[in-house]
Design a protein. Structure first.
Length: 213
């Protein structure tokens, strides 16, 4: 059993569920990393209507079934949320307390931020890289297949196009959030090229932003 499943509430069962779409391009994601800057990229905030909040909440529940156990803590029904509008078609969902919860690009999938993932590590399946890959992940590099198949690495079975948490050998918390470029079966068999695209990592532009009050 993969390490991440140890966090799963018992009521959710033992089978991992990956957030996935049929069309890989449907995700519409772009890396935040060096492209995201508070002064240059944030264009404004939008207070969300109750109906819009309800729709976003439903989509997130559909994408990430395991978030059901904490959805009322993450997205309370009666609390107002804001949408932080950024350049290059990036939107960030901001909680009532100012925390950054999810981001998306061009109406794509909502992706949990690392800060949210650190609070609720069971909402995404884990892919663990070996120690040698850590510095590359933290520089924003994509995760290459050998970094996921070598000793010290571990993979949770996932299809192509799954949103995953990037863990690291010997580390407790996720280093990054990404999307699988190929299935984990193919990562293992091909063992070359990009296995997971890195979209949000520790100390990138979104991580260093202070909560919005």
């Amino acid at each position: 059993m993969a390490a991440w499943r140890a966090y799963l509430p018992a009521v959710q069962g033992s089978v991992a569920t990956c957030a996935k779409v049929t069309d890989y391009n449907e995700l519409g994601l772009q890396p935040l990393g060096g492209r995201f800057d508070e002064k240059e990229n944030i264009s404004g905030f939008q207070q969300l209507k109750t109906s819009v909040q309800k729709g976003i909440r439903s989509k997130i529940l559909e994408q990430y079934p395991y978030i059901d156990a904490c959805i009322n803590d993450v997205l309370p029904k009666k609390e107002p949320f804001r949408l932080m509008k950024c350049h290059e078609h990036i939107e960030v969902l901001v909680g009532a307390n100012g925390d950054f919860l999810f981001f998306r690009h061009r109406e794509g999938f909502w992706v949990p931020t690392l800060r949210l993932l650190h609070k609720y590590p069971y909402i995404l399946p884990w892919q663990q890289v070996d120690k040698g890959a850590i510095r590359f992940v933290l520089s924003g590099a994509n995760i290459m297949c050998p970094g996921l198949t070598s000793p010290g690495a571990r993979m949770t079975p996932c299809p192509k196009g799954a949103i995953v948490a990037i863990m690291a050998e010997g580390k407790q918390h996720a280093l990054a959030v990404g999307i699988t470029s190929m299935s984990t079966d193919d990562i293992l068999s091909v063992n070359k090229g990009i296995g997971v695209e890195n979209y949000h990592y520790l100390n990138d532009g979104l991580w260093i932003l202070k909560p919005m009050k």
